[in-house]
Design a binder for this molecule. Structure first.
Ligand SMILES: *Cc1c(COP(=O)(O)O)cnc(C)c1O
Length: 393
């Protein structure tokens, strides 16, 4: 079968089959190529490979068969042309900025992105003369108004963390392209199983593989997926030089994570939806943020844009920070950790953890209240999850 034929397969099949090339050993399962470098037949071949005149492995900072298998598989699943893997999700976002931006450029970013993403744009790209304006994720007019002649890209996550707001990718892609900008979508919460940003007009898709792609909370990794042209001219040269490489071992773990991603996402979503409905009926809960609920402001958009509503539920408890901490501390089974997308249910207090380094004003603008609790719904039995939350409600 030709490599490109995987395009015609469904995502469940791509997740299991795409990207693997058998070695002369005829192994069924994909091996870990634990090698930093590769051997050339002679000096001439070494020279040809280094200049790119002959394709082949050179050095595992930028060419490794296990990592390549992960890249090809994820590219097919997203419906993108080419994927590059990185040492973390943040390294993938860093690479996108380093590859595409120069001093004097401008970025428009959603206010509701991962806390470190805000800090990366503000504190680090800012140091080198790149300015960033932050806007309300769901206010398309604000996005358009923030675009300047020097804006290079718009950057968003949908659903957002931790408020699970939904942006209209198709609309924002149209706005970005009208002004000659690219649209970058961090697809970590949905994964390609629930949402396909390229089909909606996005130019670059980012992943933190640490979350659902691994799915078991073991490895840290990330990826950038884009057109051949963007990868070849902007992202690959940075990876080769900057070196935030994914290890072959981590790629191997993520490859097996991808194999079960579709059925895991379905199970995460089913439990999260049921839990959100249950939480909405609890007297100790003020408000539940979940796009599957009819009172969610972007419920209709979520139905149209995603194949299911996702595995993350946030809610506000009555009694502010104290009540939120009490609820978290009363759990016995659920893990108190900021990680998400794990088979284990996790619980966190965003205002004092993931978003604790933001100033109180920025947090306030982002709508992250002290009473907010975020749950990444795992694959334990739903009744056990409910029972654990009931203790502190
Ligand atoms: C975790 C996360 C990141 C960062 O990924 P790491 O792998 O932790 O570096 C980026 N975006 C989103 C939406 C995340 O949840």
């Amino acid at each position: 079968m030709k490599d490109t034929d995987w395009k015609n397969y469904n995502i469940e099949t791509q997740a299991i089959r795409a990207g693997q090339k058998r070695s002369p050993e005829d192994e069924h399962s994909l091996p870990i190529f634990a090698t930093s470098s590769y051997v050339f037949k002679n000096a001439e071949e070494a020279a040809l490979r280094f200049t790119g005149k002959k394709l082949g492995n050179i050095y595992s900072r930028f060419t490794n068969p296990t990592v390549r298998a992960f890249q090809e598989r994820l590219a097919f699943m997203e419906g993108g042309e080419r994927c590059l893997a990185f040492s973390s999700g943040m390294a993938a976002i860093m690479a996108t900025g380093m590859g595409l931006l120069k001093a004097g450029d401008h970025v428009v970013c959603s206010r509701g992105v991962f806390g470190n993403t805000v800090l990366l744009f503000q504190n680090y790209f800012g140091k080198f003369g790149v300015t960033t304006d932050f806007v309300d994720l769901v206010d398309a007019n604000a996005w358009e108004a923030a675009i300047k002649p020097n804006t290079r890209f718009l950057f968003l996550e949908t659903p957002s963390n931790p408020l699970i707001e939904i942006a209209d990718i198709e609309l924002l892609a149209t706005i970005a392209h009208k002004h000659g900008c690219l649209l970058v979508v961090d697809n970590c919460f949905c994964t390609p199983v629930l949402q396909k940003p390229f089909a909606l007009g996005a130019d670059i898709v980012i992943h933190s593989a640490t979350k659902y792609i691994d799915g078991h909370g073991r490895c840290v990794g990330g990826a950038v997926i884009a057109s051949e042209a963007i990868i070849e001219t902007s992202i690959y040269p940075y990876l080769r030089t900057g070196g935030a490489t994914m290890s072959p071992f981590n790629a191997w773990v993520f490859l097996s994570g991808l194999e079960t991603l579709a059925i895991r996402m379905q199970a995460h979503c089913d439990r999260a939806f049921a839990l959100a409905k249950w939480l909405a009926q609890q007297p100790g809960v003020d408000k539940v943020h979940y796009p599957g609920l009819a009172d969610h402001p972007q419920h209709e958009l979520a139905k149209r844009q995603q194949s299911h509503f996702g595995g993350i539920v946030s809610f506000e408890v009555k009694g502010g920070k104290e009540a939120a901490w009490r609820l978290i501390d009363a759990t016995e089974m659920i893990s108190i950790t900021a990680n998400l997308g794990d088979v284990k249910t996790t619980i966190t207090h965003p205002a004092t953890t993931t978003h604790g380094r933001l100033t109180a004003e920025v947090r306030e603008l982002a709508g992250i209240k002290d009473s907010l609790v975020r749950i990444s719904v795992g694959l334990e039995h739903l009744d056990d999850i409910k029972r654990d939350l009931e203790r502190g409600l």
